[in-house]
Design a binder for this molecule. Structure first.
Ligand code: ADP
Length: 342
C-alpha cells in the first residue's frame, strides 16, 4: 500500500549547506495493505516530516513516495487533492472547525467532493454510528471531551472512504483511559474497513497496544524496524531499548526480585520472560504435572499486544535438590527467556 524509496527531506534555513537540516535521511520501507504500522522516535527525529510526505503535505528532496498506487511525491494541484481523499489524516489537536457542529464537521469533506445532500446525510449518520457519537450530532467542538473531538476527527477522516489513515500523535493530548478507547476504535476500523493505518508517536504503549510493525526513528533515519513482538523481545538499538523500557518498568522488576528473595529463602525463584502466544500456562502446568515440586506463580506482569502477549512471570519452586535441577533443565529447553535468581 505504501512504498518509500530512498526518501530524504532537507530543510534549508539559510544559504549555506551547514544551515540545512536533514529531517529525513534516506528512508526506504514498505507498508502492507491492512497493516497498522507505527513510527516511534523522540521529538525532532523526523516523524512528522515523514508522515507529512505520505499525503503530499511535504515534498521529498529526493526519493519517491508511492501510496495506493500513486506517486504522491510527484503529483500536484487537483490530482494531489484527489489523492488526499484516499490518504487522510488525524491530528493531535484534532483540527476541527470550531464554528461547525459535529454533523457539519463530518459533512465538510463530503461537501468538498460534491456528494448530493441526501447521500451526504446518510453517510454522516453512518460515520457518527461508526465512531460512537450518536446523540452528539448537534454539539459544537467546544462542548465535547477530548476523546469525542478525536472521534469527530476520525469520522471526518473516514468520510471519503480512504485507503490509508495517517495518525499524527493522535492520542498525545488525551488521558490514558481515553487514549485506550481511541486506540480500540482505530483497531476496530482497521478490522472492519481493512484500512491501512500509519501512526507516529513518542509513546511505546501506543505501539504495543495496536501496531503490527514498528519503525524506530533517530536523527532522520530508521534505525530499527520489525514486528512489534520481536522488537519487544529483542530490541537491538540503545534507543529501542529505552522505548521498550518505557513500558516494561525495570525498576519495578528490580524491587520485585529483592522482595521475592526475602520472601522465599528456600528453593528457587525463577524469572520467565516470554513473548508470543501465552507460553507461560502450558509450561507451568507441565512443571506441576511432571515434577514432584511445589510450584507457585508469585508475581507476574503480562501485557497483551495486538498479536499476542509478552511479560514476566516470577515462579517459586521448592522440593528435593535433584528434582529442582531436573525442572530447571526442562524450563531451559522451553521457548521462554529464563533467569534463575536464587
Ligand atoms: P518529529 O516529528 O519527530 O518531532 P520533525 O519531522 O517535526 O520531527 O522534525 C525533524 C527535524 O526537521 C527537526 O530538526 C525540525 O526542527 C526540522 N524541521 C521540521 N519541519 C521544518 C521546517 N518546515 N523547516 C525547517 N526545519 C524543519
Amino acid at each position: 500500500m505504501i512504498t518509500l524509496s530512498n526518501v530524504s527531506k532537507i530543510f534549508k534555513s539559510g544559504l549555506k549547506a551547514k544551515d540545512s537540516i536533514v529531517a529525513v535521511d534516506d528512508i526506504s520501507l514498505t507498508i502492507d495493505e491492512g497493516e497498522i504500522f507505527g513510527v516511534i522516535g523522540y521529538s525532532g527525529a523526523g516523524k512528522s516530516t515523514l508522515i507529512r510526505m505520505l499525503n503530499g503535505l511535504e515534498t521529498p528532496s529526493s526519493g519517491s513516495v508511492v501510496v495506493a498506487g500513486k506517486e504522491v511525491s510527484k503529483i500536484k494541484g487537483s490530482s494531489l487533492r484527489k489523492a488526499r481523499h484516499e490518504i487522510s489524516m488525524i491530528f493531535q489537536h484534532f483540527n476541527l472547525l470550531w464554528s461547525r457542529t459535529v454533523r457539519e464537521n463530518i459533512a465538510f469533506p463530503l461537501e468538498i467532493t460534491g456528494l448530493p445532500k441526501e447521500e451526504r446525510r446518510q453517510r454522516v449518520n453512518e460515520l457518527i454510528k461508526l465512531v460512537g457519537l450518536e446523540g452528539r450530532e448537534d454539539a459544537y467542538p467546544s462542548q465535547l471531551s477530548g476523546g469525542q473531538k478525536q472521534r469527530v476527527g476520525i469520522a471526518r477522516a473516514l468520510a471519503n472512504n480512504p485507503k490509508v489513515l495517517l495518525c499524527d500523535e493522535a492520542t498525545s493530548a488525551l488521558d490514558p483511559q481515553t487514549t485506550d478507547s481511541i486506540l480500540e476504535l482505530l483497531v476496530d476500523i482497521n478490522k472492519r474497513l481493512g484500512l491501512t493505518i500509519v501512526l507516529i508517536t513518542h509513546e511505546m504503549h501506543v505501539i504495543r497496544k495496536i501496531c503490527n510493525r514498528v519503525a524506530v526513528m533517530e536523527a532522520g533515519k530508521v534505525v530499527e524496524i520489525g514486528p512489534v513482538l520481536n522488537v519487544f523481545k529483542n530490541p537491538e538499538q540503545p534507543i529501542t531499548k529505552r522505548f521498550v523500557q518505557q513500558v516494561t518498568e525495570p525498576e519495578e522488576t528490580k524491587e520485585t526480585v529483592e522482595h521475592l528473595l526475602d520472601r522465599f529463602p528456600d528453593g528457587e525463584v525463577i524469572q520467565l520472560t516470554f513473548v508470543g502466544e501465552s507460553a507461560e500456562n502450558p509450561l507451568i502446568t507441565q512443571l506441576i504435572r511432571n515434577f514432584k515440586l511445589d510450584v507457585n506463580i508469585v508475581q507476574g506482569k503480562i501485557s497483551q499486544t495486538r498479536d499476542g502477549s509478552y511479560g514476566t512471570l516470577f515462579i517459586h519452586i521448592d522440593g528435593p535438590a535433584e528434582e529442582i535441577d531436573h525442572a530447571l533443565e526442562f524450563i531451559k529447553q522451553q521457548q521462554v527467556g529464563v533467569e534463575v535468581i536464587s
